[in-house]
Design a protein around this ligand. Structure first.
Ligand code: SAM
Length: 257
């Protein structure tokens, strides 16, 4: 067994972190760069240090994947969601169950919450937003963003849903109350069920093909009949038909009724 494989094995055994579903080259590069930054000389002492130091473990998880997000990321697809997909879902049920999986610092679920609040101001939807990185989840819950980050939010929405806090912008309580943030690891935790819409965008880039396919199958099972999975702008699901999805629009996959 080579050193990296041994490290992955050790992580699972001693820290209960399973990186077997991630593509090796990217993971190895990111892990090695963090070890260099922290002047940690070998995998063994890295695992031992993380076992003793919860903050280091948190930093390790935070470093594994890129957390970049944006409000209204790929605006055209949010238009399709707003104009076509949400009205279609609302024909079946007035209150939608929605899951933003891999929500990072919150831009995606806050975007969704604004879109829904505009459409149905008194709607009683459930939005859960999850990530396996507790550091990004803390930021998402705080909902505080720099002016540059909120530049993608239309001005009337910014005024209505955010407070100016010393030059930064914070999601107001009304907007925050629409979302429940939770820790969830897509590779090991049970998936929520009875979803009308799952948004999982720009999360699977690090996963092996086998892991992606397992994850999409589980998401299919999580959806109600007629429910829709919204993926990222470079994330076509090649085995969509085999899983059972039909296409609703580009990057929107529907579980048949
Ligand atoms: C690039 S961000 C995407 C954020 C947002 N969905 C978007 O498109 O703007 C990827 C997120 O996936 C999360 N992630 C990676 N592996 C995960 C896993 N196994 N379980 C849950 N979240 C994971 C990372 O922590 C990161 O916050």
């Amino acid at each position: 067994m080579d050193e990296y494989t041994n490290f992955i094995f050790d992580l699972k055994k001693r820290l209960d972190i399973d990186l077997t579903g991630y593509k090796r080259p990217q993971m190895e590069r990111r892990i090695n760069s963090l070890m260099r930054t922290l002047s940690i000389k070998d995998y063994d002492s890295f695992v031992s240090s993380m076992k003793q130091d919860g903050k280091l473990l948190e930093r390790f998880i935070d470093h594994l994947t890129i957390n970049v997000s944006e409000f209204f990321r790929n605006t055209q697809q949010w238009e399709v969601l707003d104009k076509k997909i949400i009205p279609m879902l609302l024909e079946k049920t007035p209150n939608l169950n929605i899951w933003s999986a891999g929500c990072s610092t919150g831009e995606e679920p806050y975007t969704l919450a604004m879109v829904l609040a505009e459409k149905i101001p008194k709607g009683k939807h459930s939005i859960i937003a999850t990530d396996f990185d507790d550091l990004v989840l803390k930021k998402a819950i705080a909902g505080l963003y720099k002016p540059k980050v909120v530049s993608g939010i239309p001005a009337p929405y910014l005024k209505k849903y955010f407070n100016d806090v010393e030059g930064e912008y914070q999601a107001n309580d009304a907007l925050k109350s629409l979302i429940t943030f939770k820790h969830h690891n897509l590779l090991r935790d049970a998936y929520p069920s009875q979803m009308d819409l799952i948004i999982c965008r720009n999360v699977v880039i690090y996963f092996t093909e086998e892991t992606k396919s397992m994850m999409y199958k589980k998401m299919f099972d999580s959806l109600k009949p007629g429910g829709v999975l919204f993926t990222g702008s470079t994330e076509q699901i090649f085995q969509a038909r085999d899983i059972g999805f039909e296409s609703s629009a580009v990057f929107f996959y529907r579980k048949p009724l």
